[in-house]
Design a protein. Structure first.
Length: 676
């Protein structure tokens, strides 16, 4: 249906174009516009629709208000006419302030060529002597209905178009009063306008002989002909224009894929529903629905399959809901449902919403038969109840928060909004913004913690681990307070690159130091950083750019990274080994890697997580785990380093177990490189 609507609009005989009120950019122009003015799409309206015009047109009624055009309220309507300076044609325009699909405020403008009608008016004034005979011929050839009234507003002459529009014969119309052709709802307006000698074009509802009505644009002019005062009134039927305007608004308010209402229509419905809920003291409910793993459908089966899933989801949601409920698609795989519960009993409301939510979960879990494939999906739902809070943006934010809570709990479930959860999310968002500014202000610093080799009861420094700190106004912030947020927000990519550059610079500086030139620097690599296609090339280019010994750089990878994209991970690790970089598996024993991987990986080190070291003296399980890791390291000929060694007793028992490499507060806290 939408394609048919677009075809009608595109091939209309009227000029139809849409202008962004903020930028004056032409967002849409139909075929007639292009025939008249050429390729004008995406260009500034007053520059391409007028001759030598370099600023907004003063004659446009939208620019004749005290307020800016983009501040005019939605629904504002202007009817006006103008002689175009490019082709000298006269046009009748209808301008309507509306909202475009992306939320921008626009002017939907319709124009009809009225050059002939304007010539007609001139002809009437010029040719007095032959008025009766020639006027009849001319008015019958116009596109508008023409009615001429005497000074008492009685009809004395009509053209064929007027009789056709109004359903009367010419004889029936003669001597009728001007208001006899006006519908009841427009009579007061017309009475007011008639008092003006030369009226502006305006919109009115006209009455046919059979009692039906139609919208029209009326223009009237009082003139003197043959010493008689008469009024020439022109009628332009705009039924078709109104239908096209309705169709364009349909395009703007409905999602083209699922034919569900979109975000714009959602706002209108919510405005109506929230007032009713508030007035009747009922509970309303907003459900935010997001399909789980929908991106995988697009990635694996293609966007065509994804679109078909969305269409089918829309059908399923409409099937579940009651007639009074409302469902809209926001975009992507996000849907919103509005429900007026018609109850002020919160327990009953929650019970009903739970029933609806369970139906949605059950319906979405049914197999999707798409392009001969059977797909199985689930969905996560966030719910917010409202009664007095009628701020849609705020409610959407809360429901979105609840939806993400459902995802974090395992998906395929619904959750109600928790204010504490929202506070946590807002604090996290604030932290992301502060961290972004910290990167810009260069507030991040690297500290280094010594790594020790103990052999024959002699301990010496063999390297350091680079540990990031945030030097904020609140003091030095440790990484466990912000690294997870950096991971979630994607800031870890730029932070990780900075850490690599700083560490490699430090290796270069220590080349001149007699003792430290032998030290290696271990750098933790984020999974997101490692998974980027250019990671290996980045490491290689930085090593070559700073001309360092690659063996002095040790990259620490998390154990869990090994089970994701196994083949790709193995290939990257082998390329890093070929570059000369040494590799370590961080926090070994806490993840799920297989021993089968260890024999394939060109790694040099396993790091025992400090959680196993902390209670090694009193917990037999921790003792056994550490003993096993040391045994694995020995069998694979790997260095095994114990993290978090804080006491002499821990060090001694680890040495007795065969551990040679250590890191922890016993040997020194992380510090500025100049203080090591």
């Amino acid at each position: 249906m939408l394609k048919e609507i677009q075809t009608i609009v595109e091939n209309s005989g009227a000029l139809i174009y849409i202008i962004d009120l903020s930028t004056h950019e032409i967002l849409y122009a139909n075929k007639k516009c292009k025939e008249e003015f050429g390729e004008i799409l995406s260009k500034t309206c007053y520059k391409v629709l007028q001759n030598k015009q370099n600023k907004p047109c003063g004659f446009c009624p939208l620019n004749q208000n005290k307020i800016e055009p983009n501040l005019l309220p939605f629904g504002t309507l202007y009817n006006w006419e103008h002689k175009n300076t490019l082709n000298n044609k006269d046009y009748m325009f209808v301008s309507h302030i509306s909202q475009w699909t992306d939320g921008r405020k626009v002017n939907i403008q319709f124009g009809i060529n009225i050059s002939e009608q304007k010539k007609l008016e001139a002809q009437i004034l010029k040719e007095k002597d032959e008025f009766i005979e020639t006027f009849k011929i001319i008015i019958d050839s116009t596109l508008e209905g023409i009615i001429i009234y005497d000074e008492n507003q009685k009809c004395i002459q009509v053209n064929k178009i007027a009789t056709k529009l109004l359903g009367f014969t010419e004889e029936e119309m003669i001597n009728k009063d001007a208001l006899d052709f006006i519908a009841t709802e427009s009579k007061n307006l017309v009475k007011h306008v008639i008092k003006k000698d030369n009226q502006e074009a305006y919109e009115s509802i006209l009455l046919r002989k059979d009692g039906s009505t139609f919208p029209a644009i009326l223009r009237g002019k009082n003139i003197k002909i043959l010493d008689k005062n008469v009024r020439v009134s022109a009628i332009l039927d705009i039924s078709e224009i109104k239908e096209k305007e309705k169709e364009i608004l349909q395009l703007a308010q409905y999602d083209h894929l699922t034919e569900l209402p979109n975000r714009l229509m959602l706002r209108e419905i919510f405005s109506f529903m929230s007032k009713r809920v508030k007035r009747e003291n009922h509970y309303g409910a907003l459900l935010f629905i997001d399909l789980d793993y929908f991106k995988m459908v697009n990635d694996i089966k293609g966007h065509t399959a994804g679109d078909l899933v969305l269409i089918e989801t829309a059908k399923r949601l409409k099937k579940i809901l009651r007639e009074a409920d409302f469902v809209a698609r926001l975009g992507g795989d996000e849907f919103v449902i509005l429900i007026d519960t018609k109850s002020n009993d919160k327990e009953l409301v929650i019970k009903d919403i739970n029933i609806i939510s369970k139906k949605i979960l059950k319906e979405i879990k049914k197999p999707y038969l798409i392009l001969e494939h059977e797909l199985r999906l689930t969905t996560s739902i966030g719910i917010i109840l409202f009664r007095k809070n009628t701020n849609l943006d705020e409610l959407m934010k809360y429901a979105d928060t609840a939806m993400y809570s459902s995802k974090e709990k395992g998906r395929d479930r619904f959750s109600y909004f928790d204010p504490k959860l929202q506070q946590m999310i807002e604090e996290k968002a604030q932290m992301v913004e502060e961290l972004r500014k910290a990167i810009e202000r260069k507030e991040l610093v690297l500290h280094y913690q010594k790594q020790i080799l103990t052999k024959n009861n002699i301990s010496r420094v063999i390297g350091v681990e680079a540990l990031i700190r945030w030097n904020s106004k609140r003091g030095l912030i440790p990484p466990n307070s912000f690294i997870s947020i950096a991971e979630e927000s994607g800031l870890i990519i730029s932070i990780g690159k900075w850490i690599l550059i700083e560490a490699i610079n430090q290796i270069k500086q220590w080349e001149e130091d007699k003792e430290k030139k032998e030290w290696r620097i271990s750098v933790n690599i984020s999974p997101k950083q490692f998974e980027r296609d250019n990671f290996v090339d980045l490491v290689d280019s930085l090593i070559k750019e700073h001309n360092i010994n690659p063996n002095k750089l040790r990259l620490e990878l998390t154990e869990n990274l090994l089970i994701k994209n196994v083949e790709e991970t193995l290939q990257k690790i082998k390329k890093l080994f070929e570059i000369g970089v040494t590799l370590s598996i961080d926090d070994f024993g806490t993840g799920y890697s297989s021993l089968a991987y260890l024999k394939q990986l060109p790694i040099q080190e396993l790091k025992i997580d400090q959680s196993f070291i902390r209670d090694i003296l009193i917990d037999t399980n921790d003792f056994s785990i550490v003993e096993t890791i040391l045994s694995i390291g020995g069998k694979f000929n790997l260095e095994v380093i114990a993290e978090g060694v804080e006491t002499k007793e821990q060090h001694e028992i680890l040495v007795s177990m065969g551990c040679s490499y250590f890191q922890g507060y016993l040997f020194g806290k992380p510090n500025n490189p100049d203080l090591l």
